[in-house]
Design a protein around this ligand. Structure first.
Ligand code: ATP
Ligand code: MG
Ligand code: MG
Length: 312
């Protein structure tokens, strides 16, 4: 089974404004739509699009929690979220107008789950996840969620024997490295924070990636439109470059990339095929507006255009 654990998911409310958004004017809404939010939820969207068995868990609450599950179920994602107590899942507002100058993201930081919910999640992991499973822990928890608890979740996952894929940042990523997850995917900015170095040249990235490969099987550093550098323990370091795309929105590309990696890993494909696919599907995401949107048809067309290099 493929699990995603999203500690601070969201309902994304996308508001399309007619014309150009102006201060101190009546800005008329053209359309409102809702999308699943939270990195792990986006990862689940890839699994379900490919017809892979998967369960989304994490914390939800209140009316927005119900709304999120509805939106997930429309995408055929099986949800087993834990009720986070008297909280309401956060709502993130995305404002987009017709100026073609990009969107505004206005996000709530999310409420903390109560102790009972936290214990329930730990118990669920212990009872239900086992060594044949894969678990993706994507995104940060709500502000104020203690690092110790985050690490406890990862340790509990580790004890099940499942393969752990992490997409985290800042102090959560730093802490989790010592727990030796199977896979991490920092973007360029997150990787520089992690290493504490300003990295410019490919060789600088390779050196740091190889250092981390002593502990972590797969280290994928994503570089937006430039693609990714991927180090695989005892195998080497590879570069994957996507074809040029007419970009609509890069938000969510990393999440869809992670979904692509896990899906092909689950299907026992080799490293080149895994990351060729992840690169193509995340490029397709860049051509779509919503964070959870991509096209499998476009992905197939992009696959042969992905360039692969072996660095080491
Ligand atoms: P997220 O918003 O999901 O957190 P991220 O910053 O973690 O994204 P990126 O490095 O921006 O992740 O993108 C992940 C992958 O998506 C890249 O490695 C690349 O393969 C693909 N990608 C991103 N932007 C583009 C683009 N403009 N054109 C083609 N592919 C892209
Ligand atoms: Mg990015
Ligand atoms: Mg990211």
């Amino acid at each position: 089974m493929l699990y995603t654990i999203t500690l601070n998911p969201a309902v994304d409310k996308v508001i399309e404004i007619a014309g150009t958004l102006e201060r101190e004017q009546n800005n008329k809404i053209k359309k409102v739509l809702y999308d699943i939010g939270g990195k792990g939820c986006h990862v689940s969207a890839v699994f379900s699009a490919l017809g892979l068995p998967n369960i989304a868990t994490g914390f939800t609450g209140g009316r927005n929690g119900i709304k999120l599950v509805e939106l997930m179920e429309e995408k055929n994602i099986k949800c087993e979220f834990i009720n986070a107590g008297s909280t309401n899942t956060r709502e993130c507002t995305i404002l987009v107008d017709e100026s073609n100058l990009g969107s505004y993201m206005i996000t709530e930081s999310g409420e903390l789950p109560d102790e009972k919910a936290y214990s329930e999640l730990i118990l669920k992991i212990q009872k239900e996840i086992n060594e044949d499973d894969i678990a993706a822990l994507s995104g940060s928890p709500a502000t104020g969620f203690p690092k110790e608890k985050y690490c406890e979740i990862v340790k509990t996952l580790k004890n099940t024997g499942a393969k752990i894929f992490i997409d985290a940042r800042d102090e959560y990523l730093k802490e989790v490295i010592n727990l030796e997850p199977f896979f991490i995917k920092p973007n360029k900015y997150e990787f520089q924070v992690l290493t504490g170095k300003k990295l410019e040249k490919t060789d600088d990235f390779i050196e740091e990636i190889q250092r981390l490969n002593e502990k972590i099987e797969i280290v994928a550093v994503s570089l937006g439109e430039e693609g990714s550098i991927v180090g695989v323990k005892d195998r080497g370091v590879y570069g994957f470059t996507p074809p040029k795309i007419d970009v609509v929105s890069e938000t969510g590309c990393g999440d869809i990339f992670v979904g692509g990696v896990i899906s092909k890993y689950y299907l026992k494909k080799d490293i080149e095929e895994i990351f060729r696919f992840a690169t193509a599907i995340s490029a397709s995401k860049a051509a779509h507006f919503l964070s959870s949107d991509f096209s499998l048809e476009q992905t197939s067309k992009l696959l042969p255009l992905v360039k692969i290099k072996k660095y080491k």
